[in-house]
Design a protein around this ligand. Sequence first.
Ligand code: PXG
Length: 462
Amino acid sequence: MSELSNQYPTGALQALDASHHLHPFTDHGSLRQEGSRVIVKGEGVWLTDSDGNRIMDGMAGLWNVQIGHGRAEIADAVATQMRQLSYYNTFFKTTHPPVIELSEMIARLAPEPYNQVFYVSSGSEANDTVLRLVRYYWDLKGKPDKKTIITRWNAYHGSTVAGTSLGGMKAMHAQGDLPIPGIHHIDQPYWFGEGGDLSPDDFGLWAARKLEEAIDRIGEERIAAFMAEPIQGAGGVIIPPDTYWPEVKRILADQDILLVADEVISGFGRLGEWFGSTVYGIEPDLIAVAKGMTSGYLPMGGVLVHDGIAQTLEHEGGEFFHGTTYAGHPACAAAAIANLTIMQDEGVVGHVRDVAAPKMAAVFAGLADHPLVGEARTKGLLGALELVPGKPDRTRFANEGDVGTICRDICFQNGLVMRAVRDSMILSPPLVITPDELDWMGTTVRKVLDETGAELKRRGLW
Ligand code: PXG
């Protein structure tokens, strides 16, 4: 146990944190004024803060704690591995048992024909690897002009230089003069926000055909890959209309362009199958994973490589000059094996598909009649509530984001972590959440929406 535990008063912890800790994705001016929320314990879907408050983790950490917090089996597996071999690398033709076992396990869980995994330590690094790998692949194929990667506006692919560039977050691009050259962004399939007068199905076709237009404009001979999340997560749980992915498949069917699925959120069970690509019938060439692979107990990510590409690397490749010190780290691999073992033994993916996802859909359907809710959508254990001033015309509040922030803060006060993306309220709970816990979540969200409405009226915003 560290010297600094929750025996210290919250104020003292906050003061030390403010003195020495620069946080990710944080406005430090306001953080220093308000103080950080100090989380000291996690158990199942529940967190405890330094004042002893119990809070439901409606975001599963950052979309990653599939099996819930505090499972001793993972701690034990990691401790055992650390005593045996705490670190060795996987460079230069070396390996170790945990990474061997994990690779076989992932190949078994992944759909055919993904039988090879390239390891990294995060989703961002997975996508950096994708960028390097697809460009290298086309060089090997004798097509060095195929370098452009098409992605979507408002996609999230990480925070490194490649991740930010591949992603479509304009505020992130503005810091650091990004994107790097060779990334082309197209419209996203966000019907509620951008669908105009089109029906969802027609809008799904419209958005997919933006890919076709881009290919026509840039030229297939210059395009390496199209990369996308099956469902955009950080962008606001953008569930594409049913027509979208089939049309993307049709467009790519007769093109020599790689398809990359960023499954950092949708991988490992969140949509009720081991991989989101299965849910949408997508057959990508590369699949980026991270998060749920270890349920966040230790950092690990990877790229699942289609047999066709793996064979090109093996037979035509020579050395791929890419890799990081902690690729396939033994303790992280042990955590991943323990996590995936729990998921298999306890039928966690089936629980999502048959129990938790239908229940969450029902809970959201029950919230759709609230006067602040313009749309309540779910897929698997991802959900979004669009907050609007009135129905049914999809008009937004002025100063987008203010209402979401107010709602999020009220949510915390009611003991539930719910994330705000602009004025969409997002939930992505641990996959092991029970129907009773989902009922509690629904009741709490309704109360939060009522309190948010009252607060908006008090402030003259509604
Ligand atoms: N791809 C996707 C689809 C992601 O959601 C990454 C890549 C990058 O993974 P790493 O491990 O490098 O963070 C992500 C990560 C949020 C939030 O607030 C979302 C992510 C990370 C941090 C915060 O929604 N997604």
